[in-house]
Design a protein around this ligand. Structure first.
Ligand SMILES: [Zn+2]
Length: 134
């Protein structure tokens, strides 16, 4: 039997249509903006992700949740009814990324850095002064 996580609820969220909902019981990392081509294609612009320990994430119900293997090292979880992109799950990673836009507010989060900026779109500039990583 799986161990029950009884930590206090840190955050809740879900997709646009409400078919996929989740609860996070544990630490929630501040948001990173990912500018890679895969995130930009999927999310229409750069993607903002918080992150948590997979053991702290409870997804229910899961019948509309689908996973798309976007590369050999990652899969992306989305709602098959409304298309909302919610999760990024890297193979072997100790955390799962949760799209910041899917979180219910107040999130208590801040955007703290930009990643994959070497793949950013050519139609915008990053000018908020936050750290940038390639
Ligand atoms: Zn949905």
């Amino acid at each position: 039997m799986a161990e029950v996580n009884e930590n206090p609820v840190r955050a809740t969220g879900g997709c646009l249509c409400g078919s996929v909902r989740y609860t996070i019981r544990g630490a929630l990392r501040d948001a990173w903006a990912c500018h890679c081509i895969l995130c930009r294609r999927q999310q229409s612009h750069f993607a903002a992700y918080a992150a948590c320990d997979p053991a702290d994430l409870e997804i229910a119900p899961t019948n509309k949740l689908r996973w798309y293997r976007s590369s050999p090292t990652a899969r992306r979880g989305f709602c098959s009814k409304c298309g909302t992109q919610i999760f990024w799950d890297g193979k072997g990673s100790d955390h799962i990324s949760v799209s910041a836009g899917s979180l219910n507010e107040p999130t208590g989060l801040k955007l703290v850095k930009h990643i994959c900026v070497n793949q950013k779109g050519d139609y915008y500039e990053i000018s908020d002064g936050l750290p940038q990583e390639a």
